[in-house]
Design a protein around this ligand. Structure first.
Ligand SMILES: [Zn+2]
Length: 231
């Protein structure tokens, strides 16, 4: 299998994973930069559940379709402008997971409350603008909010975007971030809404869990989620 064929397979699978894991339903999309080019793979405008390696589009960073048939997802600008701004990023996930959305609307920043949350310590940006990212200007603003040290942005009333060195890591990061937000919400509810009762990890504690998005962990998580997301 060629490198591009393998990447197509991974992108399609990543899309199916975010739907199967409940991060998305009819909406949401995962992309990957094609190495050595100013282009990326993105599904057509359908639920990520239906992503298929053979129908992925190739787009450039100006939003043009370079190859493939069909209409791209309307929030293509998320992907195009992050890849343009962040040369080290080769995988982007955009989804609308409910727990992350809830956090944005109760004035609670994301906090590290369990081990898989460790890598996110001070690496989650808040993007405060509501609405879909359907223009180049909005894509640029999101890319700017998602600065070099961030793994993810939580988008108010909307969802999340993760940006990582490869598509598998970006996918696992999205899964871990939603898991973290879900736990944080449950802890907050169990504590009667008193955020001060949550024993969020300190910087030093989070540092000890910084390896939770390392290649070994990502490989194991990907293997599992791939297995439960086959068509
Ligand atoms: Zn969206």
């Amino acid at each position: 299998m060629s490198t591009l064929a393998a990447l197509r397979r991974d992108v399609a699978l990543a899309n199916r994973i975010i739907e199967a894991a409940g991060l998305s339903n009819a909406f949401g999309h995962v992309s990957a930069r094609i190495p050595g080019t100013n282009t990326f793979l993105l599904p057509t405008r359908r639920s990520p559940r239906f992503a298929d390696p053979s129908t992925l589009l190739i787009l450039d960073f100006d939003g043009n379709i370079v190859a493939g048939l069909g209409t791209p997802n309307s929030e293509l600008w998320i992907h195009a402008r992050i890849y343009a701004a962040r040369p080290q990023v080769a995988g982007v996930v955009h989804a609308h997971p409910e727990s992350c959305v809830c956090l944005t609307q109760i004035g609670e920043p994301h906090r590290v409350v369990h081990n898989q949350g460790g890598p996110f310590y001070e690496r989650v940006a808040l993007f405060d603008e509501i609405g879909l990212i359907r223009s180049r200007a909005l894509g640029d603003r999101l890319a700017k909010a998602l600065s070099r040290h961030h793994i993810a942005a939580i988008m108010r009333g909307h969802g999340i975007t993760t940006a990582c060195a490869d598509v598998r890591t970006a996918t696992v990061a999205a899964l871990f971030l939603e898991e973290s937000a879900s736990l944080q919400l449950r802890m907050l509810a169990a504590a009667g809404g008193d955020a001060s009762r949550i024993r969020a990890y300190t910087a030093e504690e989070a540092e000890r869990l910084d390896d939770q998005l390392s290649p070994g962990i990502v490989t194991r998580a990907w293997e599992y989620y791939a297995a439960i997301s086959q068509p």
